[in-house]
Design a protein around this ligand. Structure first.
Ligand code: BES
Ligand code: ZN
Length: 412
């Protein structure tokens, strides 16, 4: 009895220490230097040099090879929210760490990034479905995109580990189910994750051709974040990334309206837990790779509503696939000829496309602005529709690009 009491008292006193949970992350060089200087317990597991393509000058399509140093690090999980804040303060950008489920997976990611040449599957990028694309594009409506952004922003937050984040996932699944109701080849499900309660939301549009096993993935992230990340914090995440989820939702609506049946299978995924280190997309890309699922292409929409430059669409060249990026630029030239296309880089694996790239799939990331001129209100309570003038005309361009991408890659 006495011993149990002592043990209980010790456990209470040492509770936070005993509870300290390790996390395994991969980070770029500048963030690692900051960790090494400030997080006494952090341990470097391994480092690698990774080749990335970057624009020779910002905006230009001409690419040069650069080398990023990437590190696998073991760190106390409690330190991660601080890491985001410190990187933001010291490096004037967002946190930029990818969180893995085990040390082995962090090391495997380094290995894969280093070994990456081009994606395993290289589909035809022929643009030859003008009839379907041209019939669909005029059906997209910016007012509907804005309404979805507003609805998602109305949640107190969409944190991956809060009840609000769970509720947002349930709401989106219900919304997509309502849109596709009565179409047997379109199925909505919620994807459970290991380690947190928010589920990803997935719509599968079953392919009808001989290549129906081949899958095209369009994604955006459902979760939001701000400041401390406490479960009641206000984090509307209107641009980051309700704007991407709303673009996907409008694509779903138009597909349903047209009773569209692709040849390949198309999946639209609203990922959970992107802000926590790409955790939702890491688990999904890992499951697909392990299952040997033939994913022929991935498009990520993360921040589409805030126009920071005169040039409309910015294709990010690092942690993405060069051949598919060319296809995305060609789609814009063919179907959205009035829009300007520029090229830039994030400088780190900044969104869910990096999870797919890390697993050997071809991913692209068309973005709202150059990196420097993107929306500075993200990750604050001010990431609301007001920041982009309560309109969704910029997001509409990305919706149309995504629709053209899905139809053209969904058909071959
Ligand atoms: N939407 C951002 C990424 C972003 C921000 C791209 C600014 C371009 C300009 C994304 O939601 C995000 O915040 N990503 C994290 C990194 C991720 C690995 C957790 C970030 O940038 O800190
Ligand atoms: Zn973000």
């Amino acid at each position: 009895m006495r011993r149990t009491l002592i043990a209980a008292a010790l456990a209470l006193a040492c509770g936070p220490l005993l509870a300290a949970e390790s996390a395994w992350i991969t980070v770029g060089d500048d963030a690692w230097r900051l960790i090494a200087a400030e997080a006494a317990d952090a341990r470097l597991l391994s480092s690698r040099e990774v080749a990335v393509d970057v624009p020779a000058v910002r905006g230009s399509a001409a690419l040069v090879r650069a080398v990023d140093r990437v590190h696998a690090v073991e760190i106390d999980a409690d330190w991660l929210p601080r890491l985001s804040v410190r990187v933001h303060e010291a490096l004037r950008r967002c946190g930029g760490f990818v969180r893995h489920d085990s040390p082995a997976e962090a090391l495997a990611e380094l290995h894969r990034l280093q070994g990456r040449v081009e994606a395993a599957l290289a589909p035809s990028y022929a643009i030859d479905d003008a009839a379907e694309v041209n019939a669909s594009l005029p059906l997209t409506q910016d007012s509907r995109i804005l309404a979805t952004i507003q609805r998602l922003s109305d949640f107190q937050n969409r944190l991956y580990d809060s009840s609000h984040g769970v509720a947002a996932s349930d709401w989106l699944a219900g919304e997509w189910r309502g849109i596709v109701a009565g179409r047997s080849w379109m199925k909505v499900s919620q994807v459970r994750h290991f380690g947190w309660p928010q589920k990803s939301v997935k719509l599968v549009i079953q392919g009808s051709g001989p290549n129906a096993a081949e899958t095209v993935v369009l994604g955006a992230h459902l979760d939001s974040t701000a400041g401390s990340g406490s479960s009641e914090v206000r984090a509307p995440g209107a641009d980051d990334d309700a704007s991407g989820v709303a673009a996907l939702t409008e694509v779903v609506r138009v597909f349903a309206e047209r009773n569209y049946r692709p040849q390949r299978t198309i999946e639209l995924i609203a990922y959970a837990a992107e802000e926590a280190g790409l955790r939702g997309s890491q688990q999904i890309a890992k499951r697909y790779q392990r299952a040997g699922k033939p994913v022929v292409g991935v498009l990520q929409l993360d921040m589409t509503a805030f126009q920071g430059d005169a040039t409309d669409l910015w294709i990010f060249t690092d942690y993405t696939n060069a051949a598919q990026n060319q296809f995305v630029a060609d789609l814009a030239a063919a179907y959205l000829p009035l829009l300007g296309v520029g090229y830039d880089r994030c400088g780190y694996g900044c969104s869910d496309h990096a999870s797919w790239t890390g697993r050997g799939f071809a991913a692209s990331f068309p973005f709202e602005a150059s990196f420097a001129h993107s929306n500075h209100a993200i990750h604050t309570a001010n990431d609301t529709t007001a920041t982009f003038g309560n309109q969704a005309l910029h997001a509409l361009k990305f919706t149309q690009l995504a629709l053209a991408y899905a139809v053209e890659l969904g058909s071959d």
